[in-house]
Design a protein. Structure first.
Length: 229
């Protein structure tokens, strides 16, 4: 029995996870002002990737999640390279939108580095923390499941927000404003996880029943290196 037959929902989770990641760099090119808060566009949907990561680690375990994190990383890198290729290929004289393309889809090396670095550290920290918390709780659900979802996101989103904003925008604005944006995005993404718990918790329980798996990573049997594929 292949993986698709054994775990029929897993390919759909992977597809949605990768879609969110591919959209993130271009959506991050615009800042949005919501009242007193300043965020980048991807803040509106990027926390969904942490929900999917939570599901992957909670249901299938760290090692399965690690493979899909790398799949997302490869998809982001491929997308960036295609955008760069199109950006620098010559355009016909009648096409006058090169500047707009450069602003929205143009892949500055600094933004690519920021996005990939933030994704790598944020997603792996999220998965690692959730895996450990599940082991310490002996797989208990209910309140324990909610706690590990929120705490893992809290840690992962800190690394993601701090690394992306610092690497991408350091020196382009005042340090106080940079710090404000980091904290705002970090807390908003964590709040997103809390607000969606009434949806995410029942959904995870349903996926466990449907897939017939509720994996608990054992420390001695699990290799937590992000580089083992």
């Amino acid at each position: 029995m292949n993986q698709e037959e054994r775990f029929p929902i897993l390919p759909f989770i992977t597809a949605f996870f990768v879609t969110v990641l591919v959209l993130t760099p271009s959506a991050s090119s615009k800042f949005i002002e919501l009242g007193p808060f300043t965020i980048v566009g991807s803040t509106l949907f990027f926390p969904i990737s942490y929900f999917f990561n939570d599901v992957l680690t909670e249901v299938y375990g760290f090692e399965k999640s690690r493979k899909i994190i790398w799949t997302g990383f490869a998809a982001q890198l491929f997308t960036a390279l295609i955008y760069v290729l199109i950006q620098y290929l010559p355009a016909p004289a009648f096409w006058t939108h090169q500047q707009a393309y450069d602003v929205i889809l143009g892949q500055a090396p600094r933004i690519v580095l920021a996005s990939l670095s933030a994704y790598f550290f944020g997603e792996f920290m999220n998965s690692f923390v959730l895996s450990k918390l599940k082991y310490f709780a002996q797989g208990k659900t209910g309140f324990h499941l909610a706690v590990r979802f929120v705490l893992s996101t809290f840690v992962g989103e800190f690394f993601d927000s701090a690394i992306f904003i610092s690497v991408a925008f350091w020196g382009t604005m005042e340090n106080a404003k940079l710090l404000q944006i980091i904290v705002t995005i970090w807390l908003l993404k964590t709040a997103y996880e809390i607000v969606t718990l009434p949806i995410s918790l029942p959904l995870v329980r349903w996926i466990k029943r449907r897939e017939g798996i509720d994996h608990i990573d054992q420390p001695k049997a699990t290799n937590y290196s992000p580089f083992k594929i």
